[in-house]
Design a protein around this ligand. Structure first.
Ligand SMILES: [Cu+2]
Length: 375
C-alpha cells in the first residue's frame, strides 16, 4: 500500500476523531448545557426558545464514559402537533407560535434540576437498571439528562421532553395534559364520561412530528439506511439494508428501523458510527388526501433552512409540508422527520386536571463505542 493510501485507511479506521472543537457548543450562558452523568458519560448542547418551534436543542454532542466527544445533532425540535377529531372537525395544527405559549416553571416542576430561565428545566433522572447479571455479579443503575419545557396550547398543556441517557440513547417524547377540549359528540365518535351515558367526549388524535438535523461529527458523510428483516412464519430471518440516497417518505412496519450512519467516522472496532431510530410506538394515523404529510411515519429530506415544520410551514418561498419537501433530491445532509401518533379515546380518568399521556420514540447509538459504554 502506498503511504498516502495507508494514511487514508488508517484515518478511516481510527476511533471517533478528536473533534473537540467541533463538539464544544458555541453558545454562552444561560443557553449552554454541559452535564456529566453519575457514570461519567457527558452530554453538551445549546438550547433556545424559538418563536415557532418552541424548545430547540442545537449542537448536541455525546461523550461516552472514557471516550471522545461525537457530534450527533445540529438541531432538534418539534415540527408539528396535529389534533384532528374523530368526527372530522375540528382539525387543529397546534404549532405556529409555540415559543409564546411556554409556561413558566416553578421549582417543583423541575425536581432536582436547574432552570436556566423560567421556561426550561435541565435535570438528571434515574432510569433503572443499566445492566444486571448474577454470575459474576454485576449491576449498575442508569441515568438520563432531561431537558424539557411546557406549553399551553388551547385547553391542553404539552410537555416537550428530551432525555439523554448515559448509554447515548436519546428519547424525545411529548406529554399531553391540562384539560380536555370538552367537545360533546355522538356515541359513534366518543366515550361517555360523567354519570351514565349522556355526555360523550370526542375521540381525537395527537399526531406529533419531530425534526432532527443529524450531523455525525460534522455535516459531511451522513447517510440514512432502512433495515428490514424478512421471514415471518419461517425459522429464518434475513436482513435487508436499503440505502435511502434520495429524499424518502417511509412507512413503519414491524421489524423495520432506520439509522443515520457516517462511514467516515468509526469506533475502535472499525465499525461506522450510527444512530438508530425506532418508531414502533405510533398509532400511524392517516388523514385525507389533503393531509398527505400524515401519510408516512418517517421522512428523510436534504437539509434546507426554510423547511421547519411538517405542515403549515411558515417560511416564505418554501414548500408547505414535509411530504412536499420530498421531491427526489439526493440526500447529502439528511434531516429526519419522525411522526408519532396517539389516538386519545377519553376515559373517566381524564377529568380535570387530565393525567399526562405520553408519546415518543427512541434513538439508540449503534457502534458509537466499541464495547459496553459503562466499561
Ligand atoms: Cu388528547
Amino acid at each position: 500500500m502506498r503511504p498516502l493510501l495507508a494514511l487514508v485507511a488508517l484515518l478511516a479506521l481510527s476511533p471517533v476523531p478528536a473533534a473537540a472543537a467541533a463538539t464544544t457548543p458555541t453558545c454562552g450562558e444561560p443557553y449552554r448545557i454541559d452535564r456529566t452523568l453519575p457514570d461519567g458519560a457527558r452530554w453538551t448542547m445549546c438550547w433556545e426558545m424559538r418563536n415557532i418551534e418552541g424548545l430547540t436543542l442545537t449542537q448536541v454532542a455525546y461523550t461516552p464514559k472514557n471516550g471522545r466527544a461525537v457530534g450527533v445533532l445540529r438541531s432538534a425540535s418539534l415540527a408539528q402537533i396535529q389534533v384532528p377529531y374523530d368526527s372530522g372537525e375540528p382539525r387543529y395544527e397546534d404549532i405556529g407560535a409555540l415559543g409564546a405559549a411556554a409556561i413558566p416553571l416553578r421549582a417543583q416542576d423541575c425536581p432536582g434540576g436547574e432552570r436556566p430561565d423560567q421556561y426550561v428545566c435541565v435535570t438528571t433522572r434515574p432510569r433503572g437498571h443499566a445492566y444486571f447479571k448474577d454470575e459474576p455479579y454485576a449491576s449498575a443503575q442508569g441515568d438520563d439528562l432531561v431537558v424539557f419545557s411546557a406549553f399551553q396550547v388551547g385547553w391542553y398543556t404539552y410537555l416537550a421532553e428530551w432525555a439523554f441517557g448515559d448509554t447515548g440513547t436519546i428519547t424525545p417524547r411529548v406529554g399531553a395534559t391540562g384539560s380536555l377540549a370538552d367537545f360533546t359528540t355522538t356515541p359513534a365518535y366518543g366515550w361517555p364520561i360523567g354519570v351514565g351515558r349522556h355526555h360523550f367526549e370526542e375521540s381525537h388524535s395527537h399526531n406529533i412530528f419531530w425534526r432532527l438535523d443529524f450531523d455525525i461529527d460534522g455535516r459531511s458523510g451522513d447517510r440514512v439506511e432502512q433495515y428490514d428483516f424478512s421471514g415471518s412464519g419461517t425459522t429464518r430471518r434475513t436482513m435487508r439494508r436499503t440505502a435511502l440516497t434520495r429524499e424518502t417518505a417511509a412507512v413503519y412496519r414491524p421489524m423495520r428501523w432506520w439509522r443515520v450512519v457516517d462511514y467516515g467516522v468509526r469506533n475502535a472496532d472499525g465499525h461506522a458510527v450510527s444512530w438508530e431510530i425506532d418508531n414502533s410506538g405510533s398509532a400511524q394515523y392517516r388523514g385525507p388526501a389533503s393531509e398527505r404529510f400524515t401519510h408516512a411515519d418517517l421522512y428523510v429530506t436534504n437539509y434546507r433552512a426554510c423547511e421547519r415544520l411538517a405542515s403549515e410551514n411558515p417560511t416564505p418561498r418554501c414548500a408547505d409540508s414535509v411530504d412536499k419537501y420530498v421531491n427526489g433530491e439526493v440526500v447529502r445532509d439528511p434531516v429526519v422527520w419522525v411522526n408519532v401518533d396517539f389516538h386519545h379515546v377519553v376515559r373517566d380518568e381524564d377529568h380535570d386536571p387530565m393525567p399526562t399521556h405520553w408519546q415518543g420514540f427512541h434513538i439508540t447509538p449503534r457502534d458509537v463505542t466499541s464495547t459496553n459504554p459503562y466499561r
